[in-house]
Design a protein around this ligand. Structure first.
Ligand SMILES: [Zn+2]
Ligand SMILES: [Zn+2]
Length: 204
């Protein structure tokens, strides 16, 4: 689910490079590739932590993807809420993007669920069930969306099963949910973010 800002890409408002190029020296829009914070004053002395101007303000794409936007009325484009982005997300130097904080989900992703169907309760009291292997190449092997969760749009959610649910309908009480295979980790993370993150109480 890659929701991109709707507005057209522009040149960097400070150093004026076009999209796809590294910022010029001294640009105050540039983010540090190692920390994700402003590069001016990051303390690194080489040019190795310079970043590419993507055509939009750094972090805007993640704000849109995670639903971290300010609603400015029906006629205005939602405005990326960078304050919440930096409060709720951490910089991932590997992917060069902000990742919405989801520690339980991260643990399932890296260690796998060991054959167990792990239920993850989200902050708005919706739930997903995950089954996956450590570092599974297809992303999360199985993601079950409990009733009440809308299916996100985007390519990550194209691989839906309808057969197994018919077999199990009736035993689980979850027959109205939907099961997806091989959903990319970033797409599941975006779903979690859009429901407010992980619920602090996972026991009920
Ligand atoms: Zn720049
Ligand atoms: Zn740096």
């Amino acid at each position: 689910m890659t929701r991109k800002p709707k507005s057209k890409p522009t040149n960097c408002p400070d150093c004026h490079v076009p999209p796809g190029l590294l910022h010029r020296r001294g640009c105050d829009v540039a983010r540090c590739a190692k920390t994700g914070f402003q590069r001016l004053g990051c303390g690194h002395t080489s040019n190795a932590c310079n970043t590419v101007w993507a055509g939009h303000w750094p972090g805007d794409a993640e704000c849109i993807e995670y639903g971290l936007v300010l609603d400015l009325g029906p006629d205005a484009e939602p405005m990326p809420d960078l304050n919440r982005l930096y409060a709720l997300c951490d910089w991932d130097p590997k992917q060069q993007r902000m990742l919405y904080r989801a520690p339980l989900f991260d643990a399932f992703t890296t260690k796998g669920t060991d054959g167990v169907h792990q239920i993850l309760r989200l902050a708005d009291d919706t739930r997903i069930t995950l089954t996956t292997r450590p570092g599974s190449p297809g992303g999360i092997d199985e993601v079950f969306l409990w009733p009440g969760l809308d299916v996100p749009d985007g390519d990550g959610w194209n691989n839906e099963d309808s057969w197994e649910l018919q077999l199990t309908a009736g035993d689980t009480g979850q027959e109205k949910g939907r099961l997806f295979y091989e959903v990319p980790v970033n797409d599941v993370r975006a779903l979690i973010a859009r429901h407010g993150g992980e619920h602090p109480d996972q026991t009920s």
